[in-house]
Structure formats: C-alpha cells, structure tokens
Design a protein around this ligand. Structure first.
Ligand code: HEC
Length: 160
C-alpha cells in the first residue's frame, strides 16, 4: 500500500470509529443522567430482599425504584439511595428495634409510622438491611439536589 492510500484508509477508519463511538458515549451519558439511583447488590440478594420487601408491605408506605413523584397516602421517605445515608448496621438495628421511633423520631400519626420488623427472622432482617445499604445515589444527583434546595431556600445562586 502506498503512503497516500494508508493515510486515506486511516482517515476513513477514524471517521467511522468516531461515528460509532459518539452515539454510544452520548447514550451512556444520557442513561447516567436519567437514573441517579443504583444498587451494588447481587441479583440473588436483590431478589430475596425484594420478596421480603413485598411480603412485609414496605411498598404500602415507601417508594423504591420509581422516579415519578407519586402522591402517596402515607408520607414515608422514599428508599432509593438510602444506603448513601444509612449504614447496614444502622438499618439492621432500625428494622430489629421493637420501637423504631426510639431511633428515628416521628411526627406522624401512629398508624403511619414505621412499624417494628423485629418479628422477621434474623436472616430476613440481615438480607433486607444488606440490600437497603446497597442502594446508592450518584454524586451528581446529590449535588443537584443540594443546589436546588439551597437556591429555593435562599433565593441565591449556589456557591461553586
Ligand atoms: C405503615 C407505613 C410503613 C411501612 C409498612 C414501612 N415503613 Fe418504613 N418508614 C415509614 C415512615 C413513616 C418512616 C419515617 C419514620 C417514621 O415516621 O416512623 C419510615 C422509615 C423507614 C426507614 C428510615 C428512612 C431514613 O430516612 O433513614 C427505612 C430504612 C424504612 N422505613 C424501611 C422500611 C422497610 C424495609 C419496610 C418493610 C420491611 C418498611 N419500611 C415498612 C413508614 C412505613
């Protein structure tokens, strides 16, 4: 192959590569921006934990893996990203406590408050706590939330 031909070939390869890579990279970034929550748990742990979650009625009060702001009957905190806020040990103790409000005080009416899950087996509480601790929130979302909150409260631009 002559030198000129090589250069042309290289040029074509680069153009094609860039064309393929760009939508891929953009797609990646878009996806990243869409869902700020993720879990580091294995499929097995996630499946077992979600079984316990469903049968224990957690979903009657909490939301998890739903981005939309549903109007909930119960004003319970959403659990997406909770592992960025609480440790596994904290979550285990909280679920195991006969009186969760001794750990996290509540201003809600008794029937809306977090019930005690001390009656679940130790293994089930461990699985749930482990899974909840695996629920993380991405840094950019925390930053964005902090910024929006600051600007809403102060009416000033968030300091960089
Ligand atoms: C009757 C409604 C209700 C049910 C059912 C319920 N929760 Fe809660 N949960 C709450 C409320 C309300 C709070 C906030 C504290 C309070 O007011 O008692 C809370 C708090 C929590 C917190 C602490 C959140 C934080 O900010 O640190 C976790 C974790 C949690 N719940 C997990 C669960 C899990 C897991 C289940 C199922 C095993 C469950 N909850 C079932 C209402 C509920």
């Amino acid at each position: 192959m002559r030198r000129g031909e090589k250069a042309v070939l290289l040029f074509i390869v680069l153009v094609v590569a860039a064309g393929v890579a760009r939508p891929l990279l953009q797609g990646e970034e878009k996806h990243d921006r869409d869902i700020p929550f993720y879990s580091t748990a294995t499929h097995e742990v996630a499946r077992d934990a979600m079984d316990i979650y469903r049968k224990s009625g957690c979903k009657d009060c909490h939301s998890l893996w739903t981005l939309s702001d549903m109007t909930q009957a119960v004003p319970a905190p959403m659990l997406d990203g909770i592992g960025s806020l609480r440790s596994e040990a904290w979550l285990y103790d909280y679920l195991s406590s006969p009186n969760p409000q001794a750990i996290l005080p509540s201003r809600l009416k008794l029937k809306y408050r977090m019930p005690s899950y001390a009656t679940l087996s130790e293994g089930e509480r461990h699985t749930l706590a482990g899974y909840l601790a695996s629920l993380q929130v991405k840094d950019w979302y925390l930053e964005q939330t902090k910024k929006a909150e600051y600007e809403k409260l102060t009416g000033k631009e968030y300091p960089k």
